[in-house]
Design a binder for this molecule. Structure first.
Ligand code: CA
Length: 296
């Protein structure tokens, strides 16, 4: 995670290709009565509300063996997390359009867009408390308990069934189809001096949400563009973490977990590891969030 001065970053020159949202109205209460919730169903509770994807229940293996690339000691406890019921996750990262609606309603703070632009660019420079404030506003607006994702929900939604460790099983060239990372294009334009991913995702810097292909759950940008705040508090290892997908709210809660790669990220550790926490009032040019919603 890096805080960059405006002078070092030029506006992206490449026009983005936005994947059509293809939104349709979806009644969650009706859906909840149906135990056969279709993978990929989506809904939107208001015009400025985030489009939500229904994520089916299931399980995944969390942690990694010492032999995996970028392994951290704290991820050495390999365990199976079971998410018993479907939940909803934002199809996209929260955008400046959505954040600005919250500002206009008097609930959210003004945050710096880093000169990337607003609109469909993901909101950045937002701290954990501000992200939670957005979910509280969204809950008031819709009457539904929107929240941040738990760390386990985030990883489950990001993996979308991929169980392997490095890049969640994706080869670098595949990664660039789904994730805006520090790639060949970023290296050519910025040359920050750290390792790059050997592929071209089309964006040297930040990208409008949904510019790259969705994952197997129909969710965009989980592994790149901006890293994302989750609910969980800091703990030294996952040895005693919850196994049911719920957030781990014990530990040092002045530090909160964020997950995902970003347009500045390269190695597998940035895409996977649990040992990623920041002070809850920290903000960064490559840190935003997406929202979650329990369906039961
Ligand atoms: Ca990139």
């Amino acid at each position: 995670m890096f805080q960059l001065s405006r002078s070092r970053i030029a506006l992206p020159v490449r026009l983005s290709v936005i994947v059509a949202a293809n939104v349709f109205v979806f009644d969650v209460r009706t859906a909840c009565a149906n135990e056969e919730l279709a993978r990929g169903a989506e809904f939107q509770d208001c015009a400025i509300c985030p489009v939500m994807k229904v994520v089916p229940g299931g399980e995944f293996v969390q942690g990694s063996p010492p032999s995996s690339s970028g392994h951290f000691h704290s991820e050495g406890v390999i365990r199976t997390v079971t998410i018993a019921r479907p939940f909803a996750a934002g199809k996209f990262e929260i955008t400046f359009d959505q954040w600005d609606a919250c500002i206009a309603a008097g609930h959210c703070a003004t945050v710096d867009d880093g000169d990337w632009g607003r609109g469909r660019y993901p909101v950045i420079n937002v701290n954990w408390e501000e992200a939670v404030a957005y979910t509280e506003w969204l809950s008031e607006l819709t009457g539904k308990p929107y929240r941040l994702l738990s760390e386990s929900e985030w990883e489950y939604a990001a993996r979308a069934g991929l169980q392997r460790f490095r890049f969640f099983g994706l080869a670098p060239e595949q990664l660039c189809e789904v994730a805006n990372v520090y790639d060949l294009r970023s290296k050519a334009e910025y040359e920050f001096g750290w390792e790059h991913v050997s592929c071209d995702d089309g964006f040297a810097g930040l990208a409008p949400v949904g510019s790259l292909t969705a994952n197997g759950f129909g969710i965009h940008d989980m592994q790149g563009n901006v890293a994302e705040w989750t609910q969980d508090c800091r703990n030294r290892s996952w040895r005693f973490a919850n196994l049911d997908g719920s957030p781990w709210l014990n530990g040092d809660c002045m530090l909160r977990a964020y997950r995902g790669g970003s347009w500045l990220a390269n190695g597998p550790r940035y895409l996977r590891t649990p040992d990623r926490y920041r002070y809850l009032r920290a903000r960064s040019d490559d840190l935003g969030f997406r929202v979650g919603l329990s369906l039961y």
